[in-house]
Design a protein around this ligand. Structure first.
Ligand SMILES: *Cc1c(COP(=O)(O)O)cnc(C)c1O
Length: 409
């Protein structure tokens, strides 16, 4: 039996079956590359859903993790730490928002934003108790807690997990008029991804976010952006909302906030909103611990210092150009923003997974999303040569697997 098979068997026998990973067992990573237990090398074109924008095991972030772990790792928020204060300084400087609330996972940060929006609605806007409404969107992905899956439009995410929390209204994504119509005095906030990553790299029409900004201002509601996947350079700007020149009221960050070294998430907002929290309202044992704070500081530092956002913009344009020239038989639509691409295939192509499996055989790791979309999202440290090689393989597979699919169908 191969080593791979041994680990696959062990994992499948002992772990809950809540994922369907490709049968490749990884053991090491560096930059845009990962290696499996057989010694095979792959170019990572998923980047842990944008958590490793800074590349695998970035040496500076690793050093920070090791050094800070040796010094002080956890005190809980009963006491203060130097690193947390410095993290607040760095993140407010980077984002231009006045306050930070640190958590660990993305879902927790989304929950935090929901709590902030609701409490703001009751204490500042004057919404009657327990009547606050939050507008959310079809194909959203904000995490896996029971509250969050309760407002998912994906049947599988919800099925079997109810009853769910009320107070959320689902609207079509990309349709600003639908939002304008749904507005009423109880709307605390709009919670939205500037680009829907899990939804299949869905890019809303130009001007959409700017319209939502206007509508929320008119109705005294908050615009809350989930930039957990779109933020920190993925789209070629530090934050995806910069493409529309707007300033939201709250931004939710996670994933690349730690460069993949540690779970770190945060919500940023101005005083008017953050000041709704009083001591005891909200918290987390590990949230904002000194290791998390130090790791996040270095993760942000290398993102800026090493020009990763600029690389994302530049190589993203190159990727868009090359994808536009791909053999088109099986392609329904190609959507690209920065180093983030969704290649949507026609249903006759037989699903994106087979293409991802063929890419893995060529040494490229990526993941299908929503059955028919091949998602390409490499670490932002990828070079032009590496990207070109990956795109050569995408082209090869689109032809090869495409032909198989056609003859099978
Ligand atoms: C990944 C993701 C989340 C959830 O983050 P977790 O760390 O997995 O809880 C929330 N929103 C978006 C847009 C995401 O991509």
């Amino acid at each position: 039996m191969t080593k791979t098979q041994e680990f696959v068997d062990l994992e499948d026998r002992l772990g809950a079956h809540n994922y369907a990973p490709l049968d490749i067992v990884l053991t090491r990573g560096e930059g845009a590359w990962v290696w499996d237990v057989e010694g095979r090398k792959f170019l990572d074109c998923l980047a842990s859903y944008s958590a490793v924008n800074q590349g695998h095991c970035h040496p500076k972030i690793v050093d920070t993790l090791v050094e800070q772990s040796r010094k002080l790792a956890l005190v809980s928020r009963a006491f203060r730490t130097d690193q947390l204060a410095l993290f607040y300084r760095d993140l407010t400087e980077l984002t231009g928002f006045e306050r930070v609330l640190p958590m660990n996972t993305g879902a927790e940060a989304v929950e935090t934003a929901i709590k902030a929006a609701r409490k703001w609605a009751y204490t500042v806007k004057g919404v009657p108790t327990d009547q606050a409404e939050i507008l959310v969107f079809d194909e959203n992905f904000h995490g896996r807690t029971t509250t969050i899956v309760g407002f998912s439009s994906e049947e599988q995410y919800r099925s079997g997990f109810g009853p769910f929390a009320p107070g959320f209204t689902l609207l079509p994504y990309g349709d600003a008029d639908a939002v304008a119509q749904a507005m009423n005095p109880n709307v605390a906030a709009i919670l939205i991804e500037p680009i829907q990553g899990e939804g299949g790299i869905i890019i809303p029409p130009a001007g959409y976010l700017a319209r939502l900004r206007e509508i929320t201002r008119e109705h005294n509601s908050l615009l809350v952006l989930d930039e957990i996947q779109s933020g920190l350079g993925r789209t070629g700007k530090m934050f995806a909302y910069e493409h529309e020149g707007i300033r939201p009221d709250m931004v939710i960050l996670g994933k690349a906030l730690s460069g993949g070294l540690y779970p770190v998430s945060a919500v940023v907002a101005d005083n008017e909103i953050m000041d709704v929290f009083s001591p005891g309202d909200h918290g987390s044992t590990y949230g904002g611990n000194p290791v998390a704070a130090a790791v996040a500081r270095t993760a942000l530092e290398v993102l800026v210092e090493e020009g990763m956002v600029e690389n994302s913009a530049k190589l993203g344009d190159h990727m868009a150009e090359r994808l536009a020239g791909m053999p088109a038989d099986f392609i329904k639509e190609i959507r690209v923003k920065g180093l983030w691409a969704g290649i949507e295939l026609h249903p006759e192509a037989g699903g994106a997974r087979r293409f991802c499996e063929a890419l893995a055989a060529e040494g490229i790791l990526c993941k299908e999303t929503h059955e028919h979309v091949i998602r390409i999202a490499p670490p932002l440290v990828i070079t032009r040569e590496e990207l070109d090689w990956a795109l050569d393989m995408v082209e090869k597979v689109l032809v090869g697997v495409g032909v198989e699919a056609a003859s099978a169908g």
